[in-house]
Design a protein around this ligand. Structure first.
Ligand SMILES: *[C@@H]1O[C@H](CO)[C@@H](O)[C@H](O)[C@H]1NC(C)=O
Ligand SMILES: *[C@@H]1O[C@H](CO)[C@@H](O)[C@H](O)[C@H]1NC(C)=O
Ligand SMILES: *[C@@H]1O[C@H](CO)[C@@H](O)[C@H](O)[C@H]1NC(C)=O
Ligand SMILES: *[C@@H]1O[C@H](CO)[C@@H](O)[C@H](O)[C@H]1NC(C)=O
Ligand SMILES: *[C@@H]1O[C@H](CO)[C@@H](O)[C@H](O)[C@H]1NC(C)=O
Ligand SMILES: *[C@@H]1O[C@H](CO)[C@@H](O)[C@H](O)[C@H]1NC(C)=O
Length: 490
């Protein structure tokens, strides 16, 4: 008896579990087409929690998918199916919802949009099919015999490069959080940080890879360079031709590896290479090896000591949670007037990536500080008393290096209104106190209201009498058509 009841209880749930399992499997592989033709449409499936394949490559390792972001948002991208990692994402001009109105259409263009907001993104092509190459390159093609390619995702990288993808000076890689980009200069690979509040001025360059281990020098002016990830485990810089002018080797250089490679600019600003080893991505290379050399490893107004980790410039706030400086917005010293900042001085500090920081030479620290004080585009200076270099920081202060040398010192501006953690607790206290006053106020107020109300009723009566004469005017002011008729007929 007992066993049969358990079976009857378990059996249906097993069945439904199997059904869910099978449908999710089916959704993930079997029915994913290998080409999209005109007339194709797809909507996000509400039961999918990670990604929904729409178009598969011939190996089944990659798919063009709807990617579910922050539970209710939708991104369109190319996903590496075994890991769920996205290798490319469409740069959409709006936030698409993971819901009914959002649709992907192929009508010659791949178009994503919804009825309410219109088109978020489109390939703006007139092809006859969209396919996904086994390299993970999404392409829109036209013609059967000798197809011309009208558009390819490799020309619009997001945060990732894959093997054999050409990265040119017309392109950029941008981290998912939008803060960091990789771009090519005339003869170098550069990483840049967007630390300024608006697009005022260029981004800060924090990493530069020149042809150091050059096999063949890059000649400035002899044509643009391009970067390509080689299956042999290196990042090559090319200028004219197929021989790299420079190679940045990975750990797996010239070793055979089981799966595809990718290089991504991460949300911390580092550039990292990985390869797939059948069950996970293996870190193969990072451009910045020293944590303190990352553009903001300890957050704004943080202090990084090599080997010792983070603290705060002001010694007080919470460095572990990168909360040395708590403010909603980055702020702009120029917009708010030069007076509204406080100052902080500290010895034993120097800028990270100082070779890439703008500097002038001054005879003394005082002179260096003075050059910053009255200049609202200056957020701080770092002075080296030995070299007499005065480094200028023209964006809200990020992480500074702690070096301990007494002859290196810094001066920093802190925008007022930037709330520190301590102040927040104080704020709660003040909030509670205010709350209490409000309650007391309400109690007193109610009494006053009762007294006043008697008086008010009396005045109301007078107002009501006045209204008899004024109401017509009020109507006219409301400019309803009846009002103006009333006025003209009067
Ligand atoms: C495809 O649809 C989009 C959005 O509705 C439209 O703007 C575009 O003109 C269409 N393209 C073609 C080739 O019909
Ligand atoms: C990359 O560029 C080279 C020429 O520099 C070209 O032969 C190759 O086809 C390009 N690869 C892709 C995927 O576009
Ligand atoms: C998927 O990639 C793996 C390497 O990661 C490869 O061994 C496998 O053959 C690919 N799958 C198919 C179906 O080709
Ligand atoms: C922070 O502490 C260090 C040493 O513990 C001290 O040298 C420095 O002056 C302090 N800075 C501030 C702003 O209080
Ligand atoms: C103010 O500082 C910026 C850099 O932050 C510098 O380019 C500019 O020349 C300075 N202006 C003056 C008047 O010193
Ligand atoms: C900077 O160096 C000079 C000599 O080169 C020295 O007289 C001065 O005291 C130093 N200043 C500081 C703040 O260490």
């Amino acid at each position: 008896m007992k066993t049969s009841t358990t079976i009857t209880l378990i059996y249906p749930s097993l069945l439904s579990f199997a059904a869910i399992f099978i449908t999710s499997l089916a959704a993930k592989s079997a029915i994913t087409p290998e080409r999209l033709l005109k007339g194709f449409t797809a909507s996000p499936n509400p039961t999918v929690t990670d990604f929904q394949p729409l178009l598969s490559d011939s190996t089944g390792n990659f798919s063009l998918s709807f990617i579910r972001v922050n539970s209710d948002r939708l991104a369109l991208g190319v996903v590496h199916i075994p890991s769920g990692e996205s290798l490319w994402r469409a740069k959409m001009g709006g936030l698409a919802r993971w819901g009914d109105p959002t649709k992907l259409v192929f009508n010659g263009s791949l178009v994503i949009g919804d009825y309410d907001s219109g088109v978020f993104w489109s390939t703006k092509t007139d092809g006859d099919r969209a396919v996904l190459a086994s390299s993970s390159n999404l392409r829109v093609l036209n013609g059967e015999k000798s197809p011309t390619h009208l558009w390819q995702s490799f020309d619009f990288p997001s945060d990732t490069l894959v093997e054999n993808q050409n990265f040119t000076s017309a392109m950029s890689l941008t981290s998912l959080n939008g803060l960091y980009t990789m771009r090519l200069g005339p003869d170098f690979v550069g990483l840049y940080a967007k630390f300024k509040s608006t697009s005022s001025g260029p981004d800060q360059n924090y990493y530069k890879r020149r042809a150091l281990e050059a096999r063949k020098d890059i000649i400035e002016g002899a044509g643009p360079i391009l970067v390509r990830i080689s299956s042999d485990g290196y990042m090559g810089i090319y200028q004219n031709g197929s021989t790299p002018a420079d190679v940045e080797t990975f750990n797996s250089y010239r070793r055979s590896i089981p799966g595809p490679r990718r290089v991504r600019i991460e949300n911390d600003g580092n550039l990292k290479a990985y390869y797939w080893s059948r069950s996970s991505w293996v870190l193969d290379y990072k451009a910045i090896t020293e944590t303190c050399e990352l553009p903001s490893s300890c957050g704004p107004y943080g202090l990084c000591r090599p080997g010792a980790g983070c603290s705060c410039l002001n010694n007080q706030t919470d460095a572990q949670n990168k909360e040395c400086y708590l403010t909603q917005e980055v702020g702009d010293l120029c917009a708010r007037g030069s007076k509204k900042f406080s100052e902080l001085r500290r010895t034993g500090v120097e800028p990270p990536f100082k070779e890439l920081m703008a500097h002038i030479e001054t005879t003394s620290y005082e002179e260096c500080e003075k050059s910053c004080l009255m200049n609202c585009t200056c957020w701080g200076v770092l002075y080296n008393n030995a070299s007499k270099f005065c480094y200028n920081v023209d964006y809200p202060i990020q992480t500074i290096l702690e070096v301990g040398h007494e002859n290196k010192m810094g001066y920093f501006k802190i925008l007022e209104g930037a709330k520190k953690k301590k102040d927040r607790r104080l704020g709660i206290g003040i909030g509670l106190l205010c709350g209490a006053f409000v309650v007391i106020g309400l109690v007193i107020g109610f009494g006053v209201y009762k007294i006043c109300n008697k008086k008010k009723r009396a005045t109301n009566r007078i107002l009501e009498e006045e209204n008899i004469y004024t109401s017509g005017h009020y109507k006219d002011l409301g400019s309803s058509s009846s009002g103006s008729i009333e006025l003209s007929s009067r």
